[in-house]
Design a protein around this ligand. Structure first.
Ligand SMILES: [Zn+2]
Length: 329
């Protein structure tokens, strides 16, 4: 059986896996999404708007809204991009002096009014931001969230030990996950995310998408929390955006060679299954900088790069960073 799946393993194979497979996403695993096409589409969208070319589209949507004459209402509401959905990074803008809470967390608001939060995979149809103004008034701003359909992948006939790790391995895995979680606690004022994101590898064939529910030997596993790109071992892996390396570990049980990049405001990229790391914890990286080489380390079914993206511990969909927020469903 080629498809080995643990708590968080993922898919490098470009062809259908063995076993029964149900797919509901618009982006099937076998769909080829060349790097250039994604980039070109992104640039075109920027050009059509005619503003802030080179910025990430979510940001440009926001800024376009800010530039419109109706952007600042008398209520001084928060400015948010339209058509938000599960798994999405949200970049908003707040009037001066506003304090915002979401999901029990006080959001950082930059000097420029920028704030961010992430909508989790299974967020309800409506979420709320608690907003407190400098004059002491407060209210809840309600936000509609579009529900998504996720893949369901049913894999049968796997060795049971790969589905249920032995107690000692499970303990190590929990310790590693705790380390990664701890590395994602930083909430820095850097706004590296505002310059936009790029795919970490060129000529990427998408072999796994965000949110897929994995059912191995009939046992539901954690949903797939990132974007898999099938590339040969040894392919250069680029930083999706600038940031600071918070963790660089060559050999973790589930994720193998792992690099975690802090883009500021609690936003993190994880590049995993790498065969070689060219950065270390504490390094500053530029957008597009090579941080190592791809591989099949950890629990991977074949050579690929997994790009995970999160707001603190809330796992988000990297694919949504690459296309306009107002053109998604
Ligand atoms: Zn993956």
């Amino acid at each position: 059986m080629r498809f080995r799946k643990g708590l968080n393993g993922c898919a490098g194979r470009p062809e259908p896996v063995e076993g029964r497979l149900e797919r509901h996403s618009k982006l099937p695993d076998s769909e080829i999404v060349p790097f250039d096409k994604l980039r070109t589409g992104f640039r075109r969208a920027q050009h059509e708007r005619g503003v802030f070319r080179g910025f990430q589209s979510v940001v440009s949507t926001l800024l376009a809204a800010l530039l419109s004459t109706s952007a600042f209402s008398a209520q001084q509401d928060l400015e948010l991009p339209p058509n938000l959905q599960q798994g999405q990074l949200v970049i908003g803008h707040a009037p001066h002096g506003v304090k915002i809470e979401y999901a029990g967390r006080r959001l950082r608001v930059g000097d420029d009014g920028i704030f961010v939060f992430g909508i989790e995979r299974d967020a309800p149809a409506q979420i709320k931001l608690h907003v407190r103004y400098s004059n002491g008034k407060a209210h809840d701003q309600l936000i509609a969230v579009a529900k998504r359909e996720y893949h369901v992948e049913r894999i049968e006939g796997l060795p049971q030990k790969t589905v249920k790790p032995d107690p000692e391995t499970a303990k190590k895995i929990r310790a590693e996950l705790a380390r990664v979680s701890d590395a994602k606690r930083h909430d820095e004022a850097r706004e590296d995310f505002l310059a936009g994101f790029q795919l970490p590898v060129e000529d990427a064939r998408i072999s796994g998408v965000y949110g897929s529910q994995r059912i191995d030997n009939g046992i539901p596993q954690s949903p797939h929390a990132g974007l898999d790109m099938a590339v040969p071992t040894g392919t250069p892996v680029h930083a999706p955006a600038a940031g600071v390396v918070r963790l660089a570990e060559p050999d973790m049980i589930l994720t193998g060679g792992t690099v975690l990049i802090d883009h500021g405001f609690g936003l993190y990229s994880a590049l995993i299954h790498m065969s070689r790391l060219d950065v270390k914890t504490g390094d500053k990286v530029a957008s597009g900088q090579v941080i190592g080489l791809s591989g099949a380390t950890g629990r991977a079914s074949g050579p690929h790069v997994h790009w995970g993206f999160s707001w603190f511990d809330v796992r988000l969909d990297p694919a949504l960073l690459l296309k306009p927020a107002d053109k998604t469903q």
